[in-house]
Design a protein around this ligand. Structure first.
Ligand SMILES: N[C@H](CCC[C@H](N)C(=O)O)C(=O)O
Length: 289
């Protein structure tokens, strides 16, 4: 029997969401890639098409409503997905008729609360700031990483900040919002730089005001996405570390904004933003190996 899924997005960063209480889902990287492949991306047909695939498994611990797994469209599993976390929190609250929920991921426990019509606030926990938490391949001050891209005497971007939100992020501060082409060219160079032992999500952040960042993210294993929730969290944490923004800021993508607070009291990063339910569908049967 073919498996059902929900197609959702957070500011256009889109997901295929599969609940596994009633259907099994233990995908190979090839199966993830087949699901995530954009239809007609290469004229050879495609799958559903998404940036990430998300599994909502039955809970494994007291107090959690579920255990959640994330995969990038390249087939690799990742530890966090902010926009996806808001979508999962919304689904779990809807099905329980509640306005608060907690669930577990490989990166730890996350909690969400309803924040209005199809809007969710998620506590993303504390950021990882030590080089071993990003992780980096060598000891370094993550607030001023010795890395630059482009000509030595006129680098395109340099001296970024690194932050882990359960997944690795490097944030370059830029004087003006960057184009898709710049983010693609530069981000794809940095994504697999040897300094980042597990790869990295690459953010280009323009601080427009002390409460306003304009951001574009080249995602590890997914490329340029319309928005990136953990990227927005990382950019705000990076900006506060550099003294560029106050503790709460609006992080704006071309597709819309998230509100991110790096809470002074407990160091948790709180993200608020919209979710979109697109449609329900059936997965094609996996090709027999
Ligand atoms: N789109 C996701 C980020 C996925 C991160 C993934 N690209 C990784 O390898 O860490 C978000 O909203 O946070």
């Amino acid at each position: 029997m073919s498996r059902t899924f929900l197609k959702m997005n957070g500011l256009g960063n889109d997901f295929v969401v599969i609940e596994t209480a009633t259907q099994s889902f233990e995908p190979t990287p090839e199966e993830i890639r087949a699901i995530a492949k954009r239809p007609d991306s290469d004229g050879k047909g495609g799958g559903v098409g998404c940036d990430q695939v998300i599994a909502i498994d039955p809970p494994r611990a007291e107090g959690a409503s579920a255990y959640v797994r994330f995969w990038n469209s390249d087939g690799e599993e990742t530890g966090a997905c902010g926009n996806g976390t808001r979508c999962v929190a919304w689904l779990l609250m809807q099905s329980a008729g509640k306005d608060a929920v907690a669930f577990d991921t490989v990166a730890g426990r996350l909690s969400g609360v309803a924040a209005g019509e199809k809007r969710v606030t998620v506590d993303m926990g504390q950021p990882g700031l030590d080089w071993t938490q990003i992780p980096l391949a060598e000891a370094m001050d993550t607030a001023r990483v010795e890395l630059q891209v482009g000509p030595i005497d006129a680098p395109l971007v340099h001296t970024p900040v690194c932050v882990s939100m359960g997944n690795p992020h490097v944030v370059f501060f830029v004087d003006a919002p960057v184009t898709d082409e710049f983010a693609t060219k530069t981000g794809s160079l940095v994504e697999h730089h040897p300094l980042f032992s597990e790869g990295v999500n690459v953010g280009f952040a323009h601080v427009a005001a002390r409460d306003h960042i304009q951001l574009k993210v080249w995602e590890r294993g997914a490329g340029l996405t319309a928005a990136c929730g953990t990227g927005a969290c990382a950019a705000q944490v990076a900006a506060v570390r550099r003294g560029l923004t106050d503790r709460q800021a609006r992080v704006e993508f071309e597709s819309g904004s998230l509100v991110i607070e790096w809470r002074e009291s407990d160091g948790h990063v709180i993200m608020t933003g919209p979710i979109t339910m697109e449609y329900a569908g059936k997965l094609p049967e996996p090709v027999a190996a």
